[in-house]
Design a protein around this ligand. Structure first.
Ligand code: 1QQ
Length: 374
């Protein structure tokens, strides 16, 4: 098979010679190392998500670089969980010939930083961003992370069914792009059911004392509390809810998909329900291989964020090999055409909105671990 790449992809980053190779698929050979950037929250409030993402990427990088024909060079930079730092990291990647950037970790940072990539005609792929509208930033913006809108409705439906919910209290932090977007999906989903929303309580993502809000919630006597929060708020919120005697199910959005919840909240996390983009128990071959390799490399079990990061590098490799080019413009086309790529997340396709499609799962914390609710 001949190479379908056509030379200059309109890339202004410089240093892109040799990014169009010969052959396709497994036989593709690209001369220059393919530069992949990652803007991850290694410090700051989202640091626990970023640490998992880094490990997922490092494992995939090692595996992919063992294959013939393409060498990937991965550069991971800390976005510090901050939009400003995310912008600065993205500007550096846009100017240094990087083929594609993964991240930033938070939607709140992504909405500020991804426009820089899009304006530079450099593909960028969110690997944990779940707020609505992210890929609307432009035609170079992709993600392999399912959105809140793809996960929350089935999660709420499952909880209504499982616990025969009639009335809930909703809580969310109203100063973050992801938590606000997650709240909107929760509210809309609940509106389409017979469940009554007794109250909606807001807080800041920096808050750590939820006792007065939780007392107000408890006084309403809800059947469950539905929460859109990042992990740093979720941990004290769940802990204090149980301390105040709230035994009802707590239903969380993507921010809760973090084993730090069980590590730090301990028994209080039991019974928390959360929709997830990755089923750790999935017996598909890619997932089983991922679990084994991750455990061997890091001596720990991966979480959803590691799985999504790992899957993203495989999606990129699949795209690069499909037309044997890592030029930015070619990559934009080839990522947009990905269909049914086998990953630990299941078979991933990129849809017309440049979002990922693959199965989701509803999980419940049981004995300190995420288990499948349904
Ligand atoms: C977002 C999220 C966070 C939980 C990512 C770590 O889903 O910011 O979109």
């Amino acid at each position: 098979a001949g190479c379908s790449g056509t030379g200059d992809g309109g890339d202004s980053g410089g240093g892109t010679g040799g990014l169009v190779g010969t052959g396709t698929g497994a036989s593709c050979v690209i001369e220059s190392p393919v530069k992949i950037g990652a803007a991850l929250s290694l410090t700051g409030g989202a640091g626990s998500y970023g640490a998992s993402q880094q490990q997922g990427l490092e494992l995939a990088l090692e595996e992919l670089n063992a294959a013939d024909g393409i060498e990937y060079k991965l550069s991971i930079e800390d976005d510090a969980s901050e939009p400003r730092q995310g912008i600065s990291v993205m500007e550096t990647f846009a100017g240094d010939g990087t083929s594609i950037v993964l991240g930033p970790t938070l939607s709140n940072t992504a909405v500020a930083a991804m426009p820089i990539a899009n304006e530079a005609s450099m593909p960028v792929m969110g690997i944990s961003t779940t707020a609505g509208g992210i890929t609307d930033i432009g035609e170079f913006v992709f993600r392999d992370s399912l959105t809140e809108a793809q996960v929350i409705p089935q999660t709420i439906d499952a909880v209504i069914d499982e616990y025969d919910l009639k009335k809930v209290v909703v809580m969310y932090s109203n100063d973050d792009a992801f938590t606000e977007s997650g709240y909107e999906v929760m509210a809309e989903t609940l509106e389409g059911t017979n469940v009554e929303v007794l109250d909606t309580l807001t807080f800041s993502k920096a808050d750590t004392d939820f006792r007065s809000l939780l007392t107000a919630a408890k006084d309403k006597n809800p059947d469950a509390i539905v929460v859109s929060a990042l992990i740093e708020a979720a941990i004290p919120l769940v802990t204090q809810a149980r301390e105040l005697g709230i035994e009802q199910p707590i239903v969380g959005g993507n921010g809760f998909n973090n084993p730090k919840l069980m590590a730090d909240a301990g028994d209080a996390a039991e019974g928390v329900v959360v929709g997830a983009a990755w089923n750790s128990a999935s017996d598909n071959a890619e997932n089983q291989a991922f679990l084994t390799a991750y455990e061997a490399k890091f001596g720990a079990q991966p979480d959803q964020f590691a799985a999504q990061a790992y899957a993203a590098l495989y999606l990129i490799d699949s795209a690069v090999r499909s037309d044997c080019s890592a030029e930015r413009a070619d990559l934009r086309e080839s990522i947009g055409s990905l269909k049914d790529v086998a990953t630990p997340l299941g078979a991933v396709s990129i849809n017309a909105d440049r979002d990922a499609e693959h199965p989701a799962v509803v999980q419940i914390v049981k004995d300190g671990k995420f288990a499948v609710l349904r």
